[in-house]
Design a protein around this ligand. Sequence first.
Ligand SMILES: *Cc1c(COP(=O)(O)O)cnc(C)c1O
Length: 372
Amino acid sequence: MDMVSSTEWQKTGAPGYLSVDLSALKRNYRRIVSTVSPARAAAVVKADAYGLGAEKVSSALYQEGCRDFFVAQYGEAVTLRPVLSKDAAIYVLNGLQPGSETDCALRGIIPVLNSLEQVARWRAAATLSGRKLPALLQFDTGMSRLGMSVEEAEALAANAQLLENIDVRYIMSHLACADEADDVHNGLQAEQMRLIADIFPGIPVSFGNSGGSFLGEKFRGAMVRPGIALYGGRPTDMLEHPMEPVVRIEGSVVQTRTVPAGTAVGYSATYIAQEERRLAAVSLGYADGILRSLSSKGAFVYQGVRLPIVGRVSMDSTIVDVSDLPEGALKLGSRVEFIGDHQTLEDVAEQAGTISWEILTSIGNRYYRQYI
Ligand SMILES: *Cc1c(COP(=O)(O)O)cnc(C)c1O
């Protein structure tokens, strides 16, 4: 236990190492672009680019030719706006927040208008500023989350004044089931989307997310909005997983011990060793995205050997069973993999009973981050 192996990130005092492979990210973007061509591909960088760093990710994708960026909240757009060149468009999915209209127009941020009321406020802002203002119009085609109804689409189309001084760049909608290629709901939403597109002839459509990008032409429109696929997540449940991994996460061993049969492990003593076991405490916990649902389910990996998590995941540490490794193989400071060559993002999501989106956005900010 005396030998301490140390690396750059460990010297900084960070509990873990997170690498984001920007070249893999760029290849994933290119892969999507070639799949959806002649449609164009935006990038969804909400929630700090799914936890990976919106500024770094967006700049890398801009270099790769991406000119359309979607965030969820207005504040995210304000932060990102000065990072990107003027010719990049930034759209706010959650809509036009009351009170933000003038500021939004001045900053050149493009709202996704989700209701007639938002349309009216943007029109008023345009009239006030004396120029046309750009916007996207979102319609609900079967998710009941954000966007206007078919009836509201008809109302807008029937009265040109309602959209006066609004430069509608795209009409858009969002798929609820695109991660399941065979779900009948996808086809129903595509039909609704076509109906709404017919109401606005000449205005391009933005439809598919990551899943939709791979489901075929009618799920794309003129611009797709992938998020998770850029970051290496599996876009749909079809056989092949077309994306490259982007994220790697490691922690380090902070203590090892051998316990006799009958020993309780972790909070609430949910795990009792049935025989003598060798254990290690790893430096990452649920504050670092090692979700609590991985308690006695997930694993870390050391040189290809799976180290099962035993007992509850704590906030700042996780206990793993290392009995399958030769005695003394793990030392204080040994680096163990959470996401990497031996355990993928999808593996972790499955073990946690959740989706890759939640794993990435739970990563937290304590990691030593390296952008490759
Ligand atoms: C989050 C989001 C996306 C991206 O979804 P992914 O499944 O991550 O590709 C696209 N469009 C809208 C409206 C979203 O909210």
